[in-house]
Design a protein around this ligand. Structure first.
Ligand SMILES: Nc1ncnc2c1ncn2[C@@H]1O[C@H](COP(=O)(O)OP(=O)(O)OP(=O)(O)O)[C@@H](O)[C@H]1O
Ligand SMILES: [Mg+2]
Length: 348
């Protein structure tokens, strides 16, 4: 069994190792089922509790993805009869927005274990207080040409059969323009990315076609009059998640390789001339669009072992080292990866 089926998908999971508390957000037909589990829910169910505690512990281990999937396959089945009965919302022709994803209609449950039998129960006392999502950017001054949006202004681009609470919206539309919504930031990563794009604006690089970096469109605040940024909007690269790592397979012609080398190198050189450092240099941070053109992305910083040495993180030298490794990779006919953005190296 897999973690998702056509009718449900776990959108989010939170858990604590010390208090052995877990909360799952299960999406089904555009609605959210929030399921909480805690030690006091286990009554005369030592076997189940031991299994549960092992899962939580393993989630901190190396193979967390498999653990998540096995955990979901254990926890969700008692909810299936409830999920099956839920009616999908009528299609009213109204565009879904990011707000619909962030605040979907929600049902709250506690999962109890009584004599080793799982029992979902409605939770009428669930804590419904919403934490302000996003990262507080304090007094960071945005570039005056950037837009400021709230989740209501960001339209989702849904595929057939998808609901507003199906997948985190990444391909979105604001003011009639297709954008990529980048979220999930640390404060440091977000501020670095904002600052780097701002420098590109002030130094005139955002209008230079040789600088192959997406256009910065604006930020999405959690609400009006608030400084919590949920994500940034940049122009969408039509790449279907294809990164340079995945694009470099054995059949790529030498002229194509030269084009990618030239596009990435020129971009980095122009950034450096303007005193701007890329940061987390690696082929996973280069996208390849449908016209086989390369785009440099990800100014959130950090470094990835094997591409930039830790001591050269976010320095010109680090960029140069990483770039030279990218060039080696472009011209190597071995070790090409299969798939799309699936086997990424992790940034530190
Ligand atoms: N402008 C864009 N257009 C289309 N897709 C994009 C764009 N920017 C980023 N992406 C997609 O998002 C992925 C991650 O982007 P990025 O490298 O900027 O973020 P990250 O912080 O490294 O995230 P992750 O940890 O998920 O890699 C890319 O591999 C690509 O699939
Ligand atoms: Mg990245």
């Amino acid at each position: 069994m897999t973690a998702s089926s056509p009718i449900w998908r776990v959108q989010d999971i939170l858990y604590g190792r010390h208090d052995l508390w877990a909360r799952l957000d299960i999406g089904c037909k555009g609605k959210r089922f929030q399921v909480e589990i805690c030690p006091k829910n286990f009554v005369n169910s030592e076997l189940s509790f031991t299994k549960y505690a092992r899962f939580i512990n393993d989630m901190f281990g190396h193979d967390w993805e498999t653990t998540y999937n096995e955990f979901y396959d254990w926890i969700v089945p008692p909810f299936l009869p409830i999920l099956a009965e839920i009616e999908a919302p009528p299609l009213d022709g109204q565009a879904s927005t990011l707000r619909d994803y962030l605040n979907p209609e929600t049902y709250y449950f506690q999962l109890h274990f009584i004599d080793e039998i799982m029992e979902p129960r409605c939770d009428y006392n669930a804590r419904r207080t919403l934490r302000e999502p996003g990262v507080d950017i304090g007094d960071f001054a945005l570039h005056p040409s950037w837009g400021c949006f709230t989740p209501e202004m960001v339209q989702q681009c849904l595929n057939e059969g998808e609901y507003s609470y199906s997948n985190y919206p990444r391909k979105v539309c604001v003011d009639g323009k297709l954008c990529f919504l980048k979220d999930n930031y640390t404060k440091r990563g977000l501020l670095r990315e904002l600052d780097t794009y701002k420098k590109m604006e002030t130094k005139g690089l955002s209008n230079n076609a040789q600088v192959r970096v997406p256009q910065f469109i604006g930020v999405v605040y959690a609400a009006q009059d608030c400084r919590h940024v949920i994500g940034i909007l940049i122009s969408l690269v039509d790449c279907d998640n294809l990164t340079l790592s995945c694009a470099l397979h054995d059949e790529v012609t030498i002229s194509q390789r030269r084009k990618w080398e030239e596009q990435v190198t020129t971009t980095v050189e122009l950034l450096h001339e303007a005193d701007i450092i890329w940061g987390d240099v690696k082929p996973d941070n280069v996208l390849v669009d449908r016209n086989e053109d390369a785009w440099v992305i990800d100014f959130g910083g950090g470094y990835t072992p094997g591409w930039v040495a830790k001591e050269h993180m976010e320095t010109m030298e680090g960029d140069r080292d990483g770039l030279s490794k990218i060039k080696d990779r472009i011209y190597s006919h071995h070790g090409s990866e299969v798939g799309r953005a699936s086997q990424r190296d992790g940034t530190y």
